[in-house]
Design a protein around this ligand. Structure first.
Ligand code: NAD
Length: 297
């Protein structure tokens, strides 16, 4: 069930649509602003596709956008009953339409198919990502290719498929999930750092091409967020440094994060939702760090 306030918003929309046709098209802007103030669900006419969203940050963003009223499309490369149940639970919790669409973000054709199968979108969150850690001279070529494809090229392919619809509707948000590693580097993460710097560059180009068409593009750069991608690195780091879990977290992982705390998926979701608000209409082509001060060092 949509919240009751959406009924008021629908009445406002109908009233101003009628007025716009009889009086002046500028009334449509006023209608849009009034709706935003009257409803708890400012994104309730929007559809969001979030790549790589059956766990971690992607799921946190999907939850935050759904809480703001957006219909959401979840995605990963698997197609399990749990994936579809996750979408059903979001629909149930937030009173929105939520679907799960399988598409492998390492494959350009599947990136395009995701956007087409969803029927386009108003909000595209390019979030899917993987990690592999090794010295450059020992870095397996297939891992390099996979990280570049999933973490960077999929953002290009999904954006290419989604932007024409956004331009046609005169409104859109592309949010690329980069990383503190899109702005700085660490040893042994060559593919990841290269891909994330590439995502930041792609963000700027997308913003410039979209400027003046109601479409913005920005990158969120999280520091460490405790999700499965990070959980997987903890045992390796414990072995490498001969430390217990808590010491690895404090002295190795969070050593670069001055707050000494992980960022959370809810915080990243909140920033993504802010970027979809009208307050962010003029924020484009930039990065927003959610890193406890990492990149201020
Ligand atoms: P995660 O492992 O929980 O999420 C990764 C998501 O991508 C999962 O849903 C996974 O199924 C999906 N995915 C992986 N390969 C895919 C493919 N081929 N096709 C489609 N989906 C695929 O990790 P996370 O931390 O939530 O990572 C999400 C994004 O945030 C990534 O781009 C990551 O680089 C970025 N990030 C994470 C952190 C962190 O500390 N967790 C920090 C900065 C940036």
């Amino acid at each position: 069930m949509k919240p009751a306030s959406t009924t008021d918003a629908r009445l406002v929309r109908a009233f101003f649509l009628a007025l716009a046709f009889t009086v002046h098209p500028g009334m449509l802007h006023l209608q849009h602003r009034l709706e935003g103030t009257m409803t708890d669900s400012p994104l309730n006419s929007r559809t969001a596709i979030i790549t790589g969203s059956n766990s971690g940050i992607g799921l946190g963003i999907a939850r935050s956008l759904a809480a703001a009223g957006a219909d959401v499309v979840l995605n990963s490369f698997t197609d399990t009953a749990d994936d579809h149940a996750l979408a059903a639970s979001l629909a149930n919790e937030f009173g929105v339409t939520a679907r799960y669409i399988k598409a492998d973000m390492s494959k350009p054709a599947e990136c395009h198919a995701l956007i087409e199968q969803a029927g386009g979108c108003d909000i595209l969150v390019n979030n899917a990502g993987i990690q592999y850690v090794a010295k450059i001279e020992e870095f397996p070529q297939d891992k390099w290719d996979a990280i570049i494809a999933i973490n960077m090229s999929s953002a290009f392919h999904c954006s290419a498929a989604a932007l024409p619809g956004m331009y046609a509707r005169g409104w859109g948000r592309v949010i690329n999930i980069a990383s503190a590693h899109g702005l700085t580097a660490s040893p042994y993460k060559s593919a990841y750092v290269a891909a994330k710097h590439g995502v930041v560059g792609l963000t700027k180009v997308t913003a410039l091409e979209a400027a003046g068409q109601g479409v913005t593009c920005n990158a969120i750069c999280p520091g460490y967020v405790l999700t499965p991608i990070i959980e997987k690195q903890i045992p390796e780091q414990m072995k490498t440094h001969n430390m217990d879990r808590e010491t690895v977290i404090k002295q190795v992982m969070l050593a670069r994060q001055p707050s000494g705390e992980f960022a959370t998926t809810q915080q990243v979701g909140g920033v993504a939702t802010f970027l979809c608000s009208s307050a962010a209409d003029q924020i484009t082509g930039t990065t927003i760090s959610v890193d406890g001060g990492w990149t201020a060092l």
